[in-house]
Design a protein around this ligand. Structure first.
Ligand code: TXA
Ligand code: MG
Length: 353
């Protein structure tokens, strides 16, 4: 067991003494959980094989799943990557700092632990003031996956991090809940056309406006199981968040979804199951079940993204047997939400038209 120090920091103007405590831990090869605009990350010195190796142990993460490197300046990208294509510069101009991760050819300075043994490296510049301050004070790029135990929903609060990793890491910087709520978009620039490997905080449509032709990898859509041959990054093949409860998604028009969800709920309640419904503001009042929670309004997909992981954790805490989730639009941030839900359900979708 390690002693985990939890430091509350001001999200807009982080106290430099607290940032220094965390940065010292990074420089000594330790582990620091810190807020980004997407989710909390579990950081270590990205250039130290030994430090990054500890991330895998603390998270119980499979060793071949590569980790995103977080930077605070463009110069750091030049050191981490062999060549920066012109397309990368355009994306950096438009979306950094922010929730966009670029996969580029890795330089020799990036240890194997960080790349998961691939010849590419995933890099992003987060926009959260605390994250940027930590990277700058540490004076090294920071490798950071989401700060959850492998297989749990990503943490959007410091309390989620404490639940999963308390006693396993050195420092947690607590700056309150994160804004975006789903992880960054991962875009592979080593292929032509560039491919979205994971939908996230920067919508696919926005990338298209800058780049023209891009593709969505089938894993990003996640509407069906894909074969191992289609896997582009080892991370794709690993089991993702799966709730304790069975999760099913009902997709279709809202008019068709509501009676279908209630019909399924009644059926499971009759079997003596504890049923949770993941509804939306527009439908919430139509349901009766053991637990009904709303993701937010269908007209405000950013809010649904912000709430998603917290609500999935809450269903786990309430120990429901079955979660019936409404499908939402796969536009904008909705695609990231549906990707997480579909994976969590193991592609268990019911059509409701
Ligand atoms: O928003 C985020 O991206 C958060 C915050 C902490 O920055 N981080 C995050 O990291 O979600 P993680 O490890 O949970 O997810 C990283 C994703 C995985 O799907 C991994 O397979 C992919 O990025 N990835 C990392 N390096 C890659 C590479 N070289 N090639 C392809 N995919 C890569
Ligand atoms: Mg993760």
């Amino acid at each position: 067991m390690r002693q985990t120090v939890i430091l509350r920091v001001n999200p807009e103007e982080p106290e430099i003494d607290k940032i220094r405590v965390a940065a010292d831990a990074i420089r000594r090869g330790g582990l620091v959980a810190f807020p980004t605009e997407t989710v909390y990350g579990l950081g270590a010195d990205a250039l130290s094989q030994k430090a990054v190796a500890q991330i895998y142990t603390a998270k119980k993460r499979p060793l071949d799943n590569p980790i995103i490197v977080h930077v605070a300046s463009r110069e750091e990208v030049c050191k981490l990557s062999e060549s920066i294509p012109e397309r990368a510069n355009r994306l950096i101009d438009n979306f950094w700092p922010g929730p966009l991760t670029l996969v580029l050819k890795a330089s020799k300075t990036v240890p194997r632990a960080t790349t998961g043994g691939l010849d590419t490296v995933a890099i992003r510049m987060p926009s959260h003031t605390v994250a940027l301050a930590l990277i700058r004070e540490s004076k090294v790029p920071i490798a950071a996956p989401s700060a959850n135990l492998s297989g749990r929903p990503s943490p959007t609060t410091a309390e989620h991090v404490r639940q999963d990793l308390g006693g396993r890491i050195d420092v947690i910087l607590d700056a309150g809940p994160t804004m975006v709520g789903v992880e960054s978009t991962v875009l592979d620039l080593t292929v032509d056309p560039p491919q979205v490997l994971r939908p996230g905080g920067v919508p696919y449509e926005e990338l298209g406006k800058i780049l023209g032709r891009i593709e969505l990898h089938p894993v990003a859509i996640a509407d069906r199981r894909i074969s191992v041959a289609q896997v582009r990054s080892p991370g794709m093949k690993h089991r993702h968040y799966a709730p304790r409860a069975q999760l099913m998604i009902v997709e279709g028009s809202l008019e068709a979804i509501i009676p279908k969800v209630q019909e399924l709920t009644t059926r499971f309640l009759k079997k003596g199951k504890k049923v949770g419904i993941l509804a939306t503001d527009e439908s919430e009042s139509h349901y009766s079940a053991d637990v009904v929670k709303s993701l937010g309004s269908r007209n405000d997909l950013a809010t649904t993204a912000r709430n998603l992981f917290r609500l999935l954790r809450e269903f786990d805490t309430e120990k429901v047997d079955i979660i019936i989730a409404e499908g939402i639009a796969t536009e904008g941030l909705g695609l990231a939400v549906m990707n997480r839900l579909r994976k969590a359900s193991s592609f268990n979708t019911v059509r409701a038209d």
